[in-house]
Design a protein around this ligand. Structure first.
Ligand SMILES: Nc1ncnc2c1ncn2[C@@H]1O[C@H](COP(=O)(O)OP(=O)(O)OP(=O)(O)O)[C@@H](O)[C@H]1O
Length: 276
C-alpha cells in the first residue's frame, strides 16, 4: 500500500520545476506538503496523482507504474482536489459531490445505494449537507472548497491528494477540515495535503515534506522537519514555539528571519514563548 515517486524530474521552458524528487508514502498517515510559493508543491501533487507525466523518474502505486494503470482504476484509487478545479457547468452541490462517485459507476448507470451513502457521508463530514440544493455560483469560496473536499472524500479512495484544502476556510472550518483529514487518515487513507499554514501542518500532520525550488529539502515528523534552521532557510521566517494547555507543542510563524543580533522584540517571544 505504497505510493512512491522515484527520481522525478520535470522542466518547463528550460527551467527545472522538479529535480530528483523521491518519496515513499504509506497509507494511514496525513502528510503535509509545505514550501514557499513556487516551490513545486502543486506540480509534485499533480505528478503523484498521475495528471502530469514527469520528464524523468516514475510514480508507482504498490509497485505498478501509474502510467500502466487504466485511468478509471487510478481515479478509484487516487482522489485529487486541486485549487481552481472548476466544475465546468452549473451544478447543485449534491451533484458536484456525486461526481466523486463517477469512477465507481458503470456507463449510463444511476447512483447505487452505496454511492448515495458515500455522498451523504462526505457531505455530512464536511458540513455541506445544508447546501445540497445550492448552485455552485452562489457559494462563497470557503463553502466551495468544502464542497470540493466533499467530492474528493466521496470517492472513498485509498489515496487523497489535496492542494491547499484549507486555504479559503475560516479558522473553525480549518480546524474541522484538519481534524477530518487526520481522522480519515487514521481510518486507512493515505493523505497528502499542500498546506501554507505551518501551525496547523505541524499540529495535525504525521509527517511533513518540505519543498524548496523543486526539491525536497526536509522530510520527517513535524518536530524534525520544521526546525528553526529549516524554517529560516526555506521560508525566511522565525517562529514562536510553545505548548498548548493540552500539552501539544505548537509553532507560530512570527517574524522574518534575521541574521543580525536578535535584539528586536520578536526575539523575546522566541526565547520565552507565551501562549495567547
Ligand atoms: N506550465 C508551466 N509552465 C511554466 N512554469 C510553470 C508551469 N507550471 C508551473 N510552473 C512554475 O513552476 C513553479 C512551481 O509551481 P507550483 O504551482 O508547483 O508551485 P507551488 O509550490 O504549488 O506554489 P504556490 O505555493 O504559490 O501555490 C512556479 O515557479 C511556477 O511558476
Amino acid at each position: 500500500m505504497i505510493l512512491s515517486a522515484a527520481g522525478i524530474g520535470l522542466d518547463r521552458d528550460g527551467r527545472a520545476l522538479l529535480s530528483d524528487v523521491s518519496l515513499g508514502l504509506e497509507r494511514g498517515r496525513l502528510v503535509g506538503l509545505v514550501g514557499p510559493n513556487g516551490a513545486g508543491k502543486t506540480t509534485l501533487l499533480r505528478v503523484l496523482a498521475g495528471l502530469l507525466p514527469p520528464r524523468r523518474g516514475e510514480v508507482a502505486l504498490d509497485g505498478v507504474p501509474l502510467a500502466r494503470l487504466p485511468r478509471e482504476a487510478r481515479a478509484r484509487r487516487i482522489a485529487a482536489l486541486f485549487q481552481g478545479a472548476g466544475v465546468g457547468w452549473p451544478l447543485r452541490v449534491r451533484e458536484i459531490v456525486a461526481l466523486g462517485r463517477l469512477p465507481h459507476r458503470r456507463a449510463f448507470s444511476g447512483l447505487s445505494p452505496a454511492d448515495a451513502a458515500a455522498i451523504a457521508r462526505a457531505m455530512a463530514a464536511t458540513g455541506v449537507t445544508a447546501l445540497a440544493e445550492r448552485g455552485e455560483p452562489t457559494l462563497s469560496s470557503g463553502e466551495r472548497m468544502r464542497v470540493l473536499l466533499a467530492r474528493a472524500l466521496a470517492v472513498e479512495a485509498e489515496w487523497l491528494l489535496a492542494d491547499e484544502p484549507i486555504t479559503a476556510l475560516d479558522p473553525a472550518h480549518q480546524l474541522d477540515a484538519m481534524t477530518l483529514l487526520r481522522a480519515t487518515a487514521r481510518k486507512g487513507t493515505g493523505i497528502v495535503a499542500v498546506l501554507h499554514d505551518l501551525t496547523l501542518a505541524a499540529r495535525f500532520c504525521d509527517r511533513i515534506v518540505v519543498m524548496e525550488a523543486g526539491r525536497i529539502v526536509a522530510d520527517g515528523p513535524p518536530d524534525r522537519a520544521l526546525t528553526d534552521a529549516r524554517l529560516a532557510a526555506t521560508f525566511g521566517v522565525s517562529v514562536c514555539r510553545g505548548r498548548a494547555a493540552d500539552g501539544t507543542a505548537y509553532l507560530l510563524p512570527w517574524d522574518r528571519a534575521t541574521t543580525e543580533d536578535e535584539t528586536d522584540a520578536a526575539s523575546l517571544y522566541r526565547t520565552s514563548p507565551r501562549p495567547f
